[in-house]
Ligand binder design. Structure first.
Ligand SMILES: [Zn+2]
Length: 380
């Protein structure tokens, strides 16, 4: 890895590993979950509150910051760390995923993507070089290569075309002018086709990336398909650099990914679901809107030792806040969900160190499944 960065594996249990990722802005133990700060804020929380949850890395979305306020504005205000006041590690995505999922009227060619801004309809063009330029200005510790992410139901020929384009774009990202102090991760595509995934991995691993990610998973395919790909591919990714599973996921997916050999995860699930009324606990999911919570004096999760659950917020009060549309609800439950994810990853790291990650995972997942309070009608 480049100067100022290191990745040191301390413990292994089958394919799972515990490591320390060090960057110029601090260190984090992996496997780790990275909260998503879409426009430069983890919605509803101060960065001090995010730090309390045990998060070591915050992700920001290049697409959103590019459109508003613009990367030059962020740079003038001191770069992403100073701009957001996050003292730890930061990662930016390439902008590609949002272009593919949010923008209107996009056209993809071998050079890049042309699309209309979802904010004001302006025509914009994103290329590998432009993504590197924007990410360099934003100044996160880790930048991501610009890739093409086909939808989860894409046919095999479409997945193969996206792979070829992603390879060409990866080389252009490496060749483009960019911040020499920023680490750059390459992204492996290939959909749910294990052979394509391994083929793309063999191509990308020859390129001098500082880490490797699996993109294009959790984009509509059944979770069992994703787990099958993870089990076949993750442990074959380069050993001595971080492995990042993008846009994933649920506690079940974080555990399966870590057991398969993944080190880093990000997802809007804990923060978005919190705002919609769903808390994640050691007893599965809880729907805070349900009438059963109205007279409940207890905390969201009696096993949670975070400020969300030890400072006196009752389920009854939180349900009242939700029903009244009060913003404090989203703040407290977001804190809880991120704190839970932080503790889940800490316990998982301990289980890997202890060499019993698989049995720990089975008992944790059984308990979550047995006690889950969210019915099929309330599924995500
Ligand atoms: Zn809590």
């Amino acid at each position: 890895m480049r100067s100022g960065y290191s990745f040191e594996v301390h413990a292994r249990d089958a394919h799972a590993r515990v490591a320390t990722l060090t960057t110029p802005n601090g260190s984090v133990e992996t496997p780790t979950f990275m909260p998503v700060g879409t426009v430069g804020t983890v919605k509803g929380l101060s960065m001090e509150e995010v730090a309390v949850t045990g998060a070591g890395v915050v992700l920001a979305n290049t697409y959103h910051l590019w459109l508003r306020p613009g990367p030059e504005v962020v740079r003038n205000l001191g770069g992403l760390h100073k701009f957001t006041r996050w003292p730890g590690i930061m990662l930016t995505d390439s902008g590609g995923f949002q272009v593919f999922s949010l923008a209107k009227l996009r056209t993809i060619d071998d050079e890049g993507v042309t699309f209309r801004s979802h904010l004001d309809g302006t025509m914009l063009r994103l290329t590998p070089e432009e993504s590197m330029r924007i990410q360099s200005l934003l100044g996160a510790d880790i930048a991501m290569a610009f890739d093409e992410c086909p939808p989860g139901d894409a046919a095999r020929p479409e997945v193969e075309r996206a792979m070829a384009r992603t390879t060409a774009w990866a080389a252009r990202c490496l060749a483009a002018p960019r911040d020499p102090n920023q680490a750059l991760f390459g992204i492996v595509q290939g959909g749910v086709h294990t052979d394509l995934r391994l083929q793309h991995l063999e191509t990308l691993r020859e390129m001098p990336f500082d880490g490797f990610a699996l993109g294009g998973l959790s984009v509509g395919e059944p979770w069992q398909e994703m787990h099958r790909v993870l089990d076949a591919v993750a442990h074959k990714m380069p050993e001595n650099v971080p492995r990042y599973l993008m846009g994933v996921g649920t506690p079940r997916d974080l555990i399966a990914g870590s057991l398969a050999g993944i080190d880093m995860f990000d997802c809007v699930l804990p923060t978005r679901n919190a705002r919609n009324g769903q808390a994640l606990t050691w007893n599965g999911r809880a729907n805070m809107k349900q009438l059963r919570n109205r007279d409940d004096k207890g905390p969201i999760d009696p096993e949670c030792d975070g400020p969300c659950c030890t400072s006196g917020y009752s389920r009854g009060y939180l349900r009242h806040l939700f029903m009244a549309g009060e913003m404090l609800f989203g703040r407290v439950v977001t804190q809880h969900n991120l704190y839970f994810f932080g503790r889940l990853m800490a316990r998982l790291r301990q289980a890997i160190r202890d060499g019993n990650a698989r049995s720990w995972a089975d008992s944790v997942l059984d308990r979550m499944n047995e006690n889950d309070e969210v019915g099929p009608a309330d599924e995500d």
